[in-house]
Design a protein around this ligand. Structure first.
Ligand SMILES: C[S@@+](CC[C@H](N)C(=O)[O-])C[C@H]1O[C@@H](n2cnc3c(N)ncnc32)[C@H](O)[C@@H]1O
Length: 437
């Protein structure tokens, strides 16, 4: 078996560590950008601009700390509220409590930094998680940019990462609450930068080395990709992509929507596809890229690693099966992964790779193929029972099976755990008993 070191598979020139990604221009997660600007009545969810401004004063900070300590001590919300109301108004008490709750919710995205930051419920949902934003910021820095404008910065998920990587950053947003929050976040994290209320479509960004945008959208996950929902709109994005820029989009972006000469990068975080980013002008280094952020660091594979379908070929299931990461699949780089494990596809339309060799690769989960089992339910049940299988993990691709329902119908009662792959090989339904490498 060949092993990769810290996320870098051997013998593959474009698989990089995180450190490499920050140094070279070549290398460099539920998707996080829905919802639009909120015209009228500047309140974002439960965050009111007046109360938020007050929260940043010395008195506000003391009340916020009082709320934090009371929540930490396990006091119920009602009691904390009563306590805060002894010294402040209902709106202000609510503002303090809201931030305490949001900080705690934000830890999954921002780690320990969350405890010093400010949020609004909706903007937190839309914010880019730190791991993904830091990767993007490393690319900004590797590109050699010194100044960046974030055109629609929200509470500053991307802005903060860029500022932390040493860029001089400016942010604009239509929403005054978000502008106030982003500004407070830069200050709380002792980062330089300026944020102001402005319409991104009217801002002159020509003086900045790089422009970044993360348009708000009401839909865009999964199969539907409706550019007409975006704000700022897709037509504006297309214009922005004529300069050195990066635009975060939903991972469902169809390949044919990516303008000529623009690089599309799909990013996953611990196996979950989070977004796609379009890199234009001199920031584009390849046509398509999949970047995987995981425990071992960061790995990146591109169309330059891809010998293509004809070269890789299709053939029967061999000793090992590989299930490529979602970012690889979205980027259309399954055949690049096949080449990396000296393998081939099992079917032209299915994203499984097979090989005679065992590899550890960051780009796919590998399995040893133990047995081919009957694809018919009755015979399959008998085969699994014969092997004493109880807990069954079912993986499926390209077949119309609902794993939970099948598992129920199989009604297995043995002691042995097993993994079953249901898929199509050369068009035929196939059941494989496998074990993870
Ligand atoms: C998805 S959020 C950005 C999230 C941000 N990247 C982060 O990580 O926190 C999109 C933002 O664009 C703002 N926006 C939408 N249209 C805009 C426009 N025309 N000008 C400025 N900001 C706009 C919205 O108010 C929203 O805060």
């Amino acid at each position: 078996m060949e092993y990769a070191v810290a996320g870098v598979a051997r013998r593959h020139k474009h698989w990089h560590t995180r450190t490499e990604s920050a140094k070279t221009k070549l290398a460099l997660t539920g998707n996080e950008c829905q919802g639009g600007a909120r015209p009228g009545g500047w309140q974002d969810g439960r965050v009111d601009l007046e109360a938020f401004d007050w929260l940043l004063t010395d008195v506000g900070q003391r009340v916020l700390e009082q709320a934090r300590l009371a929540v930490l001590a396990g006091e119920p919300e009602l009691r904390v509220n009563t306590l805060l109301r002894r010294t402040t108004t209902a709106e202000r008490a609510a503002a303090a409590l809201t931030q305490v709750a949001l900080r705690s919710a934000a830890v999954t995205k921002f780690g320990e930094l969350a405890h010093r930051m400010y949020f609004t419920p909706e903007a937190l949902e839309q914010a880019t998680r730190a791991a993904v934003a830091e990767h993007r910021a490393a690319r900004f820095a590797a590109f050699g940019a010194r100044t960046l404008i974030d055109l629609g910065c929200g509470i500053g998920g991307d802005l903060i990462a860029a500022a932390r990587s040493g860029l001089v950053c400016a942010g604009v947003d239509l929403d005054p609450v978000r502008v106030a929050v982003a500004r407070a976040n830069l200050a709380a994290l002792e980062l330089p930068g300026a944020v102001q209320v402005a319409d991104a479509t009217e801002v002159d960004h020509s003086g900045f080395d790089l422009a970044f945008a993360d348009p708000a959208r009401r839909s865009g996950t999964g199969r539907s990709f409706r550019v007409e929902d975006w704000t700022p709109p897709w037509t504006w994005v297309e214009g922005l992509l004529r300069r050195d820029a990066c635009v975060k989009v939903a991972p469902g972006i169809p390949h044919d929507l990516v303008p000529e000469g623009v690089e599309a990068e799909w990013v996953s975080d611990h196996g979950e596809v989070k977004e796609a980013a379009l890199w234009s002008g001199r920031t584009a280094t390849v046509a398509r890229r999949a970047t995987l952020i995981g425990e071992g660091g960061l790995a990146s594979i591109t169309d330059e690693d891809d010998p293509g379908r004809t070269e890789v070929g299709t053939g029967p299931v061999d000793a090992y099966l590989y299930e490529p990461d979602g970012a690889v699949i979205r980027a259309g780089l399954v055949t690049a992964v096949a080449a990396g494990v000296h393998g081939r596809l099992i079917d032209p339309k299915i994203a499984y790779v097979t090989s005679a060799e065992a590899f550890q690769t960051p780009f796919a989960r590998g399995y040893r193929v133990l047995e081919h089992l009957p694809y018919r339910e009755k015979q399959l049940r008998a085969a699994l029972r014969e092997r004493g299988v109880g807990t069954l993990t079912i993986k499926k691709r390209g077949v119309d099976v609902v794993p939970d329902q099948l598992r129920q119908r199989l009604a297995l009662r043995g002691d042995t755990p097993a993994t079953l792959v249901l898929t199509r090989v050369a068009g035929a339904g196939t059941a494989l008993l496998v074990e993870p490498l």
